[in-house]
Each structure stands twice: as structure tokens, then as C-alpha cells.
Design a protein around this ligand. Structure first.
Ligand code: BGC
Length: 750
């Protein structure tokens, strides 16, 4: 099947008559020949070393002011004696690009000059929302906020900038994009995803991968991407990180596999595996997920890296192996090519023993090492293992900052605006309050400068918190600040209420503290009580209350929604977030984000927008606070004339849908036009609707624009009773906004 995919790729490229395709094919052949030659010279230890990835910490000597110096002897032990092929992470905190360049140079010096075969190290890092471990880099909104922008071009720019700034530090491999679907809102990694919908995650994930890798990852501006965490990591039944998911194969294929399929199609070079289990089977131990599905069916040809300590976890946590030896054998035989060990040489030693004892065939090792070396060659690491000095100036440029600000502005999602209350006039006096108002860290959270993102002192002090941005916009004399509460306890609500007496409006910035992964687990999705109390007390003053939600997942705020006249979802908007919030509050930017996740009303019984009809249990509808796709604007958009160029569709045919969008206001604005499809009757209970296309358009005041979407037969597919994709005859409803049009698929010969 892998050969077949290759052949197909070759065919489609040659059909284009493209000489770069021929060049690409030649390069592939060259790379394959070089890999074969190198592999033929390698000892078992050298091969097993390539499959070993160690974190930076054990090599770190303390450094002044975060300036890290590595211990040469420890590096030699790892790279020369234990032959390790990869290093990851930042040893605690972000470094300057210059320090990174020194670190990478030191590592590559030893790898290329002191080892027998001179194989360079592939260094990997989590550049999750920008090059977030490089001081001074462009720190973008987290992925959930990028999904809210509905702007694919912006996602591409984010991808390209992040690749450039990561590679400027000398790092060629990025552990992103996160392609899990946020269909369990309690999960602490919701903010790393593109939300609950497989189509949005597929489109944005693929756009990011293409932008980061380009058509040639050996270019010094590009990085190898790592789609993660394959597969269904994002839906733990308990809502807690790294706990079991139970997903029937049909649902896996209908939803969770799709973004990964798109990422493979986009050519992602590597794949990281779900730390946990699906239906009782740890993914790190499963040939079905790692070979049958990933390699044979999706056609993935890069290499597979474990997640943090997850081979060890097979015997210490998952209890599917009795000891390390069994765990290593199980994982490697299932299809793990590289182990993120991460602290010691236990994997290396154990795997070498297993190979020598004939328990792991050398053929399997050769397969894994081939895939790893291929990526190293493709990255050009053999020719250019070192960072490019002149790229230091590429980090955090003004131009990149502008893109970042645009992303943060476009992410802003206006959930409620009675009156309208927003935008606020700039001559008003306001009270700014709440625990999220005056910290940069809270707008960035996990994966920012440190793993937990909580070291406020590391954040660039020239950027504005929400409070500072509002002061800068309307004058400090017009702004009163009283924090009111912390996340988990009250500070002085009475002082905040008193401060509200002399203002015209209250801006309450509430949400979540910083967190990442397991430390972000919660038992209740409801916003913490002190914050609810603050808003209730402020509402009693009778002044207009604007809530700004600074949160990585949709915390339940049902009891205070009626207390606020306006509610702005800021998500985790990144380092320009303060500016972006102030711009939207005071009308310098028109909000255009839409929720990429259903905002629940209650802390339980969660549903997604693409639920089944039976899930609507009462006349009150779903238990949602705001639906997926919701987001208001300062413009008024009205849809007209929805039409489809086909009323009947035959197998293999395509169809086009057009709609006219009118801006009936005097304010220019952007609208994300969302096209949904509903299969009215099917042999597997159909979702009420599914997003099939979206497009962001800018429309000037009092202007109209026609938006056209092309769809195909495959868009009518669902996963049938036999777990295979199928299109069934019947009626399909296409809807955009309040409008809809029908499409019929007549009986056809199957
Ligand atoms: C996370 C991964 C990350 C890795 C390396 C793990 O704990 O689950 O997403 O890439 O650490 O930092």
C-alpha cells in the first residue's frame, strides 16, 4: 500500500508535467540511496541510538540568567557512547535565539565530528503557538483561537513565521500541530486543538503543515512537523489528561482519523502517539493503530515518535507489559520508531539487548532507522547541521508582530452584545477588574516560555496586558483598576464594587490560571466561585458589565450570563492579546471570530454541534450556552439567494453552492461563511449537520459579495455499518445561516 501511495503521488505529479516533481523524485531516490548506504555501515548500537531521544535536562550545566551551558562530557556520553539520535525540549525555560544557536552548535559539533559516522542530531521542540521557547519570538494565539479566526491564510502565515523563528534558533523539528478534536471540554489540552470539528482541524492542520514544511524541508526557513497525538487522545472519558478514551471504530473514522489523514496528505514528516489508550489498548502498543491504520491505510511514510516516557508507561502505568523489556519490545514491534525516553539510556540498552537476543528482528530496526535517517537527510542536516547565524535577526520582527496582532484580533469572538453595549466609546470611564486583567501569562498559558507558561517575569514587558492596553487606549486617568478576586479566593470584592461607583462601564476579565497537560485537570467545568461572586456583585451596581473570557476551554458561566450586557471570548490570544482585546472593546477592530467549540451551559452531558437528533432531549434544545459557529460582529451580515447548481447528484459528480452575503451596516467587517450539510436519513443515525466548507470574507459597508463553494460526492459520505465510507441515496440539506436548499441523490447502482 505504501508503494501504491507513492506511485499515485508520482502519477499525479507527472500529470502536471512538472519538472520540480521529477526533481523531487530524483531527490527521493538520492535520499533513499544515501540512507541505504549509511544503514549498511551501522552497528546495532548505532541503529538503536538513532531510535533514542533524550531531553536536554541531563546535558544541562547551570547557566547565568537563563543562559544555558551544556556539559560536554555528558553530551559525549549520550551522543558518542550511546549513539543517541535526537534531543528535545528546553531544560526548563525559553532561551535567546543566540543561546539556542550555541546549544545546537555544541550538540552538532559532537555528533558530526566525534561519532564514527557523523550522523547529525535531530533536535525537536514544542513550538505550539509560535517559537514559544525562544525569547523574543512571536507568540501567537493558541490553536483554539486560531481556529476561531476562520482564516486559513492567517494560519499559513502563523505556520511559516513559527517555522522561520524556530529554525532561526537552529531547531529543525516542531512537535505540532495538535490534531485531536476537542469533543470533551474538560480536557486540559483543549486550547492546543483546533476545536471540536474534524473539517476545521483538517483544513487548518494541513495549512499549518504545508506552511511549515514548504515543498522542501531542507530550506533553512522550514521545519519538519509532527502531527500529534495520534489517535483519539483528546476524548478521555474522565476529562482528565492521559486517561482512557472509548471510541468505536466508526466514530474514529468519521471524526478523529480525518485530521490525521489530511496531515499525512499534506506530507507531515513525523507523528507523535497518543499517551493513553483507546478501548483498553494503549496506542503505543498497537499494531492496528500504528501500522494497519497509519501506514497501510493513511500511507504515512515519516517516522513515529513516542510521547514522553510512554514506552515506560506500558509497564508502570498501563499494565499491559510486565517489565521494561516487554514494554520496549511491544512498542517497537507495534511501530514506534523513536522513543522519547526521556531521561536515561534504559531504552537504548534494553532494545540493543532485545535485538542481540533475536527478540526484535533487525529488519524492524532497519525499517525504523531508515525512516528516521530519511527525515534527517530531507532536512538537509547532513549538509547543514548548524544554525544559520544571520537568521538571528528573523526572530520577533515587527512584520511578524503585525501578523500576530491580526490573528489575535480576528480570534476575538463576541458572544453577547445587548444594546449594543460594545464598542465602548473612548471617552468613557471604566473599571477594569478580575484576575485575568493584568497578566501576560494568563493570555498565553501552557507552552509559553516554560511548560506551564506561568513565569510572568519571563514575558516581554513591552507588551500590554488587557489593563495596560485599555489604559493606553483611553488614557490612564479614565481607568480604575481593582482586581477583586484571584481564581481561587476572594481578594476584595467590596473594593471593586466601590471602584465601580464612578465609572460608566465595567470590564471584568475572568477565566483560567495558566496550565498545561495534567496539571490543568479540573473536576468541574464551572468557572471558579470567587469569579462568579465578583461578577454578581458588580452587576448589582447597575453599571453595564462587559465580560472578557480569557480561557483555554469553555468554562461554564451560566449563572452570570444575564449579569453581563456583553461577553467577549478572548480564548488564549497570545502576546498581542491585551492589545487585541482593547481594540475590539473600543471599536478599533471589528470582532470576526466564531466558536470552534460548543460552549456548554452545564458542567456535564456535553454535546457537540454535530450531535444526533436523539441528543436533543427537551424543548430547551441542547444544553449549550452558545452554539458552535456562533460569533457576533459590529457589522450586520444578511444572507440571500442560497443556491446549488445541481438538484440531483450522481456518483462522482461535483456541485457548487453560492450565497450572497450583504453587509447592511455602516461598519466594514469580516464574516466566516459556514456551509453545513445534513444527510436527512441514513442507515447509521446521522448527525444533525456537519460543517463542510467555510470561507472568511471581508465586506465593506452596504456592500454585497457572492461566495461560492465547490463540493463533491465525497462530501456526502459517512462511515457506514461496515465501517467503510458510503454515500446513500436520499435527501441532503445544505444550509448557510438561516437559508437552506435541498440536494437529492437518486438510487444508483452500488
Ligand atoms: C506532550 C507532548 C510534547 C512532549 C514533549 C509531552 O508531555 O504530551 O505533546 O510534545 O511532552 O515536550
Amino acid at each position: 500500500m505504501r508503494t501504491l501511495t507513492l506511485l499515485l503521488a508520482g502519477i499525479s505529479l507527472s500529470v502536471l508535467g512538472c519538472s520540480s516533481a521529477q526533481k523531487g523524485a530524483k531527490q527521493d531516490a538520492d535520499v533513499d540511496a544515501r540512507v541505504r548506504r549509511l544503514l549498511a555501515e551501522m552497528t546495532v548500537e548505532e541503529k538503536v541510538g538513532q531510535m533514542t531521544q533524550i531531553t536536554l535536562d541531563p546535558f544541562a550545566k547551570s547557566g547565568k540568567d537563563g543562559h544555558l551551558i551544556l556539559d560536554e562530557e555528558k553530551l559525549r556520553e549520550g551522543i558518542v557512547e550511546r549513539n543517541i539520535g535526537s534531543i528535545l525540549n528546553c531544560a526548563g525555560q525559553a532561551r535567546t535565539a543566540a543561546n539556542w544557536q550555541e546549544i545546537i552548535t555544541q550538540i552538532q559539533d559532537i555528533a558530526t565530528k566525534e561519532t564514527r559516522l557523523g550522523i547529525p542530531i535531530i533536535y525537536g521542540i514544542d513550538s505550539i503557538h509560535g517559537a514559544n521557547y525562544v525569547l523574543g519570538a512571536t507568540i501567537f494565539p493558541q490553536n483554539i483561537a486560531m481556529a476561531a479566526t476562520g482564516n486559513v491564510e492567517l494560519m499559513e502565515k502563523h505556520g511559516a513565521i513559527t517555522a522561520l523563528e524556530t529554525r532561526a534558533a537552529g531547531i529543525p523539528w516542531n512537535f505540532n500541530p495538535v490534531l485531536g478534536l476537542a469533543r470533551q471540554p474538560m480536557w486540559p489540552r483543549v486550547f492546543e486543538t483546533f476545536g471540536e470539528d474534524p473539517y476545521i482541524a483538517s483544513v487548518l492542520g494541513a495549512a499549518y503543515i504545508r506552511a511549515q514544511q514548504g515543498d522542501d524541508i531542507s530550506k533553512v526557513t522550514k521545519v519538519a512537523t509532527c502531527m500529534k497525538h495520534y489517535l483519539a487522545y483528546s476524548v478521555p472519558r474522565s476529562g482528565k489528561d492521559r486517561t482512557p478514551a472509548y471510541v468505536p471504530e466508526r466514530e474514529l473514522r468519521q471524526y478523529f482519523l480525518k485530521p490525521f489523514a489530511a496531515a499525512v496528505e499534506a506530507g507531515t514528516a513525523t507523528c507523535m502517539v497518543n499517551s493513553s489508550e483507546i478501548n483498553g489498548v494503549p496506542v503505543h502498543s498497537s499494531t492496528f493503530y500504528l501500522k494497519d491504520l497509519l501506514r497501510d491505510e493513511l500511507g504515512f511514510e515519516g517516522f513515529v515518535v513516542s510521547d514522553w516516557a510512554d514506552i515506560e508507561n506500558l509497564y508502570t502505568r498501563e499494565m499491559v507489559a510486565k517489565d521494561r523489556r516487554e514494554a520496549v519490545k511491544m512498542a517497537v514491534m507495534a511501530g514506534i520508531d523513536m522513543s522519547m525516553v526521556p531521561y536515561d539510556y534504559s531504552f537504548y540498552d534494553t532494545l540493543a539487548e532485545l535485538v542481540k537476543a533475536g527478540e526484535v528482528p533487525i529488519k524492524r530496526i532497519d525499517e525504523a532507522v531508515t525512516d528516521i535517517l530519511r527525515v534527517k537527510f530531507q532536512l538537509g542536516l547532513f549538509e547543514r547541521p548548524y544554525p544559520v547565524k544571520s537568521m538571528l535577526g528573523d526572530v520577533g520582527t515587527d512584520a511578524n508582530r503585525q501578523v500576530n496582532l491580526q490573528a489575535a484580533q480576528e480570534a476575538m469572538t463576541l458572544l453577547k452584545n445587548d444594546g449594543p453595549t460594545l464598542p465602548l466609546a473612548k471617552d468613557l470611564k471604566v473599571l477594569v477588574t478580575g484576575p485575568s486583567a493584568n497578566k501576560l501569562s494568563l493570555m498565553n498559558s501552557g507552552w509559553t516560555l516554560t511548560w506551564q507558561g506561568d513565569k510572568e517575569e519571563l514575558y516581554p514587558q513591552d507588551r500590554h496586558t488587557i489593563l495596560e492596553a485599555i489604559r493606553a487606549k483611553i488614557g490612564a486617568e479614565n481607568v480604575v483598576y481593582a482586581e477583586g478576586v484571584a481564581f481561587d479566593h476572594e481578594l476584595d470584592i467590596a473594593a471593586a464594587v466601590a471602584a465601580a461607583q464612578n465609572v460608566d462601564a465595567i470590564v471584568a476579565c475572568i477565566g483560567e490560571p495558566t496550565y498545561c497537560e495534567t496539571p490543568g485537570n479540573i473536576d468541574d467545568l464551572t468557572l471558579t466561585e470567587p469569579q462568579l461572586n465578583l461578577v454578581e456583585a458588580l452587576a448589582r451596581t447597575g453599571k453595564p458589565v462587559v465580560l472578557v473570557l480569557v480561557e483555554g476551554r469553555p468554562r461554564v458561566i451560566r449563572t452570570i450570563v444575564d449579569n453581563a450586557q456583553a461577553i467577549l471570548m478572548a480564548y488564549l490570544p497570545g502576546i498581542e492579546g491585551g492589545q487585541a482585546v482593547a481594540d475590539v472593546l473600543f471599536g478599533d477592530a471589528n470582532p470576526s471570530g466564531k466558536l470552534p467549540i460548543t460552549y456548554p451551559k452545564f458542567s456535564g452531558g456535553f454535546t457537540t454541534y454535530d450531535h444526533k437528533t436523539s441528543e436533543v432531549q427537551s424543548t430547551k434544545g441542547l444544553n449549550e450556552q452558545w452554539p458552535f459557529g456562533h460569533g457576533l460582529s459590529y457589522s450586520t451580515f444578511v444572507y440571500h439567494d442560497l443556491s446549488c447548481d445541481q438538484s440531483e447528484l450522481q456518483p462522482g459528480e461535483t456541485f457548487a453552492v453560492t450565497v450572497q452575503v450583504e453587509n447592511q451596516s455602516d461598519v466594514a467587517g469580516q464574516e466566516i461563511v459556514q456551509l453545513y450539510l445534513s444527510d436527512l436519513v441514513a442507515t447509521v443515525t446521522p448527525p444533525v449537520k456537519q460543517l463542510k466548507r467555510f470561507k472568511k470574507v471581508k465586506i465593506e459597508p452596504r456592500q454585497k459579495q457572492t461566495v461560492r463553494f465547490e463540493l463533491g460526492w465525497n462530501d456526502l459520505e459517512f462511515i457506514g455499518r461496515d465501517n467503510q465510507p458510503v454515500v446513500e441515496p436520499g435527501e441532503f440539506k445544505i444550509s448557510i445561516g438561516e437559508l437552506s436548499v435541498m440536494l437529492t441523490v437518486p438510487e444508483f447502482k452500488r
